[in-house]
Ligand binder design. Structure first.
Ligand SMILES: [Zn+2]
Length: 355
């Protein structure tokens, strides 16, 4: 069945998934969503039950060119985009940006490097942020960090940047769980930001791992260029003197003058074990055979989140919830290979041992 061109159709939002755009078109024009969906899709050539969007049909009913539609809707691109560049789960993105797109909920598939809407100063990552809107007006350094993150992307490309930033977030989470005397000024900043994003006494309502991720994001983006750069990666593995220079740079970026006095912290572990390895690819990649759909919130995830909220104390092992979060699953597996046990002594010192 063919439909005539719709009067005054709205444009798609950037990175919107096709089902979301088609749903908005149907609601705006009072059409049945399933009817419209059947009009602009056809059964896949493989003979399965799934239907693929036909860009030409969507172009015919919207009066927009295939080129313009594909510019906003990644699923319509030919050839298909490198799906590893995008998060495997769609999410709403910034609700202020969505407000200018009529027709109901907008669902997008954002690239890995999109953590903040810099225009509206809103935290967008990880995708479980959906339940919590996190404004960053009181924390301009997090918005600034997104701009620095994009500069790393321009310099090193998405794959190296993805690995470096995720590794850096993971390491900041590990450092956050060490005692105060093992960390520099950054540790105090994480507590300060956590107290703004999750005000004391409100954790049951305001806690989310996504907000812990926001708290460490500026330092993670400050460390990431060292993990991305071939120069610093070599520096981390070479002679004791080179390692001294690498440690001095880490100390400067974490504002931790005593960093590097001993070799039993997560960054040294990275330098010893990981610096020589190629960047990791995401373990979860959107499968283009399946149409993208907005995921329903999982009860197991919500229960874990509530458990962390109950025990949340920004000054005591606060990074544990962050390092265990599925957003960091790609780097989690590597970070503990070979597995190391963290031991905390009564006097406040701690060390890692191979187990
Ligand atoms: Zn926005």
């Amino acid at each position: 069945m063919l439909l005539p061109r719709l009067p005054d159709p709205v444009p798609p939002a950037q990175h919107e998934i096709a089902a979301s755009y088609i749903g908005r078109l149907a609601r705006l024009h009072g059409l049945d969503i399933n009817t419209l969906w059947r009009c602009v899709t056809e059964r896949e050539a493989s003979g399965g039950m799934r239907r693929a969007v036909l860009p030409e049909r969507l172009a015919a009913i919207t009066g927009r060119t295939v080129h313009a539609l594909a510019g906003a809707l990644p699923e319509l691109r030919t050839p298909q985009p490198d799906w590893a560049m995008f998060r495997h789960q769609p999410q709403p993105g910034c609700h202020h940006c969505n407000a200018k797109h009529p027709g109901g909920e907008v669902t997008r598939i954002l690239p890995h490097h999109r953590y903040v809407c810099t225009r509206h100063r809103l935290w967008l990552c990880p995708s479980d942020a959906d339940g919590h809107t996190t404004p960053l007006d009181a924390l301009p350094e997090i918005v600034q960090a997104q701009r620095r993150h994009l500069r790393i992307l321009q310099r090193h490309g998405w794959a190296i940047t993805y690995d470096a930033v995720l590794t850096a977030i993971f390491i900041c989470g590990q450092l956050w769980s060490l005692p105060e005397n093992e960390n520099g000024e950054a540790w105090h900043d994480w507590i300060r930001r956590a107290n703004i994003l999750i005000p004391p006494g409100t954790a049951e309502a305001t806690f989310s791992v996504s907000r812990l991720c926001a708290a460490v994001y500026p330092e993670a983006v400050a460390l990431a260029p060292l993990f991305a750069s071939p120069h610093w990666r070599q520096q981390a593995q070479r002679t004791a003197w080179d390692r001294h220079l690498f440690n001095a740079e880490i100390a400067r970026r974490l504002r931790h003058p005593r960093y590097g006095q001993h070799e039993n912290d997560p960054i040294s572990h990275w330098a010893n074990m990981t610096a020589k390895r190629p960047p990791l690819a995401p373990i979860r990649v959107h499968d283009q055979k399946h149409h993208l759909r907005k995921p329903a919130p999982r009860t197991a995830t919500q229960r874990t989140q509530q458990r962390h909220a109950h025990a949340f104390n920004p000054s005591h092992r606060a990074g544990d919830a962050l390092t265990a979060h599925r957003h960091l699953a790609t780097v989690f597996r590597r970070a503990w290979h070979p597995f190391r046990t963290h031991t905390l002594l009564r006097n406040g010192d701690s060390y890692y041992t191979l187990s």
